[in-house]
Design a protein around this ligand. Sequence first.
Ligand SMILES: O=C(O)[C@H](O)[C@@H](O)[C@H](O)[C@H](O)COP(=O)(O)O
Length: 291
Amino acid sequence: MELGLIGLGKMGGNMRERIRRAGHTVVGYDRNPEISDVESLQELVNKLQGPRVVWVMVPAGAATQATVDELAELLSPGDVVVDGGNSRWTDDIKHAEALAAKGIGFVDCGVSGGVWGLENGYALMYGGDAEHVACVQPVFDALKPEGDFGSVHAGAVGAGHFAKMVHNGIEYAMMQAFAEGWELLEAAPEVTDVREVFRSWQEGTVIRSWLLDLAVRALDEDEHLDKLRGWAADSGEGRWTVEAAIDHAVPLPAITASLFARFASRQDDSPQMKMIAALRNQFGGHAVESK
Ligand SMILES: O=C(O)[C@H](O)[C@@H](O)[C@H](O)[C@H](O)COP(=O)(O)O
């Protein structure tokens, strides 16, 4: 089939390659002319025969919104837009409604796999009407990992990104658990080779996993992670997971703590711990450290 693919960065560029390897035609557009197949969205739309399927793979938020708005003007009834970025699921519902008013279908798709997806395949979680999903199915089949699992029609519009959001919440908590265990092992003088402990866990243990494999890979590159600062960003999905948990009154202590740990990582000093120190000093005369 033919696909229009907008956004050819780290994810989109590799996805174009994987879809082409499966024998499909991909017309890619990127703001960077060096990697783009066409010069404009108009040209991308012109090159596709209807009914068109156009996959949006640009940063969540303003960039996705602007692209969907532009596509709403350029596409025709019967065409389908797929948002494969890490959009908030509530945006999907707005996008689906705006496009439906013009007879254009919408499918949201959470994509997992990062830079490894070209070779390993991308795990896909999508939401939307069955008729719109069916239009995209050959592309889903090209992108997904080989084997029985790795893709799911999770439900109505928004369900794909909701599932990906929860996946990322779990990702936060799993990474935090590995990170905490690693720090504790490093702190224990009895343990002489922490990296080998992690490596040994890769087989036979309850916690063997791809994240563990990647932790070993990172330790092989930098045994004590001395080259890194203890600083971690977040792209939004952890926050949205916690917000959804509040909406549904579902307790998520592990995921919430792992999100807050990232916020703490970005502070050079802790204002709240200054207050703790000040209060201990006030009520008990306990020692404080001055700057
Ligand atoms: O499943 C995946 O492939 C990852 O989750 C991917 O989606 C991305 O690496 C995260 O969005 C990073 O998220 P944070 O910046 O919030 O850690």
